[in-house]
Design a protein around this ligand. Structure first.
Ligand code: ZN
Length: 195
């Protein structure tokens, strides 16, 4: 019996036209003993799998404020975000979060616990945010950031945030601050129709 498809499942878009191993044109079909459509090379038999990508970032806290960055790049140019980005090969999630913070805010931070895991299966991504202590007010944002700024929690620009994963994580943080208890939380959201 076939497994039921996950709620958000849709075939990954074709990633490439030709086989990276032999150069033969690829076909789109379900390989034997598989249950999903793949990019398949009928010449050498290679199956070109596509898998979700990880986005890693931090919730940088200084006293009662959170550090946000205003994006200097698309998508969502000019919107506010937490420092975050795609993981690079060869690094841990924590190292990736540190690197992204360094690139986007330049703040000196100490990474603490993993805080939110946000599945976004509609775009084949998993976002992981760490809580981080900011060690000083000095900032040095890089070219991907128009400006970096500390916000009081009641001044977070909710209507000017770049991504639902960011607002989900910040809502979780504000709620935890109100309760005085900080817990790691898992979310799954659908952003096929970004708001
Ligand atoms: Zn091939």
């Amino acid at each position: 019996m076939n497994q039921p498809a996950p709620n958000f499942y849709h075939p990954a878009p074709r990633s490439q036209q030709f086989c990276s191993q032999c150069g033969h044109p690829l076909t789109r079909e379900t390989p034997p003993d598989d249950n999903r459509i793949r990019d398949l090379c009928t010449h050498c038999g290679a199956v070109h799998y596509q898998n979700p990508r990880n986005v890693v970032g931090v919730v940088p806290i200084l006293g009662n404020q959170v550090l946000l960055c205003r994006r200097a790049i698309e998508p969502r140019y000019g919107k506010w975000t937490l420092p975050a980005g795609f993981m690079e090969l060869g690094e841990t999630t924590e190292q990736g979060a540190l690197r992204e913070n360094q690139e986007e805010s330049g703040a000196r931070i100490q990474v603490q616990s993993l805080y939110t895991v946000v599945d976004v299966p509609s775009v084949n991504q998993v976002h992981l945010y760490y809580l981080a202590q900011v060690l000083g007010p000095e900032l040095d944002p890089g070219p991907e950031t128009l400006e970096a700024r500390f916000f009081d929690l009641d001044r977070i620009p909710w209507n000017e945030l770049a991504f639902r994963t960011v607002s989900t994580t910040l809502q979780h943080y504000v709620k935890d601050c109100q309760q005085g208890l900080f817990t790691t939380r898992h979310y799954a959201i659908d952003i096929r129709f970004p708001d």
